[in-house]
Write a protein that binds this ligand. Sequence first.
Ligand code: SF4
Ligand code: SF4
Length: 377
Amino acid sequence: MTGEASAIPAPIGLLAELTHRCPLRCPYCSNPHELEKRSAELPTETWLRVLGEAAELGVLHVHLSGGEPTARADIVEITAHCARLGLYSNLITSGVGAALGKLDALAEVGLDHVQLSVQGAEPATAERIGGMPGAHAQKLAFAERVRELGLALTLNAVIHRGNIAEVEAMIDLALAMGARRLEIAHAQYYGWGLLNRAALMPARADVVRSIAAVDAARKCLAGRLVIDLVVPDYYARYPKACAGGWGRRLINVTPSGRALPCHAAETIPDLAFWSVAEHALRDIWHHSPAFNAFRGTGWMPEPCRSCDRREQDWGGCRCQALALTGDAAATDPACALSPFHATMRATAEAEAAAELPPGYRYRGKRSGVRREGLLPG
Ligand code: SF4
Ligand code: SF4
């Protein structure tokens, strides 16, 4: 559906992927397989202009992300500009590398919120998954400084076969770190996650146990810690509203400036992604072919077209539909009404049941180069 510009509500969030550089190499990383090089990254002045355009368009939240956003030399300047514009800034960080050294300056210029990723609750697990010795201690020191500075902290834990046994320990870790919110987010299987899916897929029984642990903790910790839970699509009955619905709430800008409706949208071939280097953000939001390709409900096939839930989940994830059915416009197979749903579930169960050979190797990234690493068995 293309829609009249006036009928399209303003986006709420801008996900600014400032760089793909990162000291870690998580096997489910949402960055693309072909990472954008440092030399292709947008210059500071372009990001400052884009932030001004975002504020003018009606964006409220800016998520400063990556890769590791503190790898950018201008992260403090960019954050300060968010504050000047009245944009709520959220630093999405691994807490390693340059992060701690820049935290005081970021707080000083008005950073509003920190979202810290953890790869596991136990140092050995976390460091095997993230591929960086010493990372866990760096994250603890980073979280302590966040607390000392009085910044709001959310912990984000991506859950998969390699760390699902540590969900309760991650809740304890969030409390120890002084987080107000914890996201227990089961891995999404596109991009690097899809490449490593066979090694990451948890067993259904473990998923059920982890959900029960979260439910119990929510009751005990009401008023102390908010726990968000993202369940795995492969064991779900209905899909999630991907990015809040295609072209409805979020603009994702890649390090080199391409504007995407969700961070994995470039896996869909033949979509034209306009660049913020060549187009104003308002123009992109209202008129770019990629944002209009799956906006609204007019593009939907059956069973979505006549389904009561079509304006709740917006048909689910287009990237997952393409990856599993070969058709980006198909109903997300996470939906029980999709003809591919049973195959998706059977694939998950078969992969989760398979033993990983000792020394199993997964694909990971580091600073623009694909590396190989050991997945915890
Ligand atoms: S490698 Fe890990 S920490 Fe780095 S950007 Fe990817 S998911 Fe985030
Ligand atoms: S048929 Fe489509 S709209 Fe209905 S629940 Fe499934 S994915 Fe959502």
